[in-house]
Design a protein around this ligand. Structure first.
Ligand SMILES: O=C1C[C@@](O)(C(=O)O)C[C@@H](O)[C@@H]1O
Length: 250
């Protein structure tokens, strides 16, 4: 991956921060940093005062004081597995644009199914401020067909995303295999890096082995998981390291 993460070794392990206020987030960081993630994701949709810009900035300042890891800023929408927030979509885009100006942030996430004018605006602003844009797709109900997921990934590339991401829910073990196969295929078909995972306990294996099929980053839980099936970061790192020792994979 070009940019902020390029010097590190695949797969990057990213740990979500899910506190509802600054104190909780600061405590989470203290607990999570010793587990040595490569990157943090602030899932800001969990914050109770998301409509208070100075407060959001003071949280960012607090995070930057404690951690120099790359920080991904995410406001996950409720229909893609996030929390209920008090902002309209327009206010959310404005907030993400403001956050792009902040040095604490390296990457921002936005959903590829969003209105195209909003996506283009966030592509423009994030580029202007040197932030990487992840365009993401989540399905908490099922694992759609390869064609449908590919469409989302290609759309992300079309919009100029730096990274495309898909997280889908398996209903069977076959769905998990399909997701891994798709990761492999998509890696050959797309020019941008991918982050791919199958969620829930069935899909947990994809978080451990997905890198071998071309997924550059995996989410490992810290204090609290931000999606089902996340494995605690320390254990995830150990499992991946054990596999890497014995596999000839890239
Ligand atoms: O998009 C993702 C992936 C994720 O949903 C997961 O399944 O690990 C967790 C989210 O916090 C993150 O924004």
């Amino acid at each position: 991956m070009d940019g902020i993460l390029k010097k590190q070794r695949m797969p990057y392990i990213c740990t979500p921060l899910t506190g509802k206020n600054k104190e909780e987030i600061m405590d989470e960081i203290d607990l999570v940093l010793p587990e040595k993630p490569d990157m943090l994701e602030w899932r800001a949709d969990f914050l109770h005062k998301l409509d208070d810009l100075p407060y959001v900035f003071s949280v960012l300042e607090g995070i930057a004081e404690k951690s120099d890891l790359p920080l991904l800023f995410t406001i996950r929408s409720i229909h893609e597995g996030g929390q209920q927030i008090s902002l309209s979509e327009e206010q959310k885009v404005k907030l993400i644009s403001e956050v792009c100006k902040n040095d604490a942030i390296s990457l921002v996430d936005y959903e590829v199914s969003s209105d195209s004018a909003n996506i283009k605006e966030l592509r423009r602003v994030s580029q202007k401020h040197g932030k990487q844009l992840i365009l993401s797709y989540h399905n908490f109900n099922c694992t759609p067909s390869e064609e449908e997921i590919m469409k989302k990934l290609f759309l992300a590339e079309f919009y100029g995303a730096d990274i495309a991401k898909a997280a889908v829910m398996p209903e069977t073990k076959d769905d998990v295999l399909r997701l891994l196969q798709l990761t492999n295929n998509a890696g050959k078909a797309l020019d941008i890096p991918l982050i791919m995972m199958s969620m829930g306990s069935l899909g947990a294996i994809s978080r451990i082995i997905g890198w071998s099929y071309g997924s550059i980053l995996t989410f490992g839980s810290g204090v609290k998981e931000s999606a089902p099936g996340q494995i605690p970061v320390r254990r995830l790192r150990q499992l991946i390291a054990m596999l890497k020792e014995d596999m000839a994979a890239e």
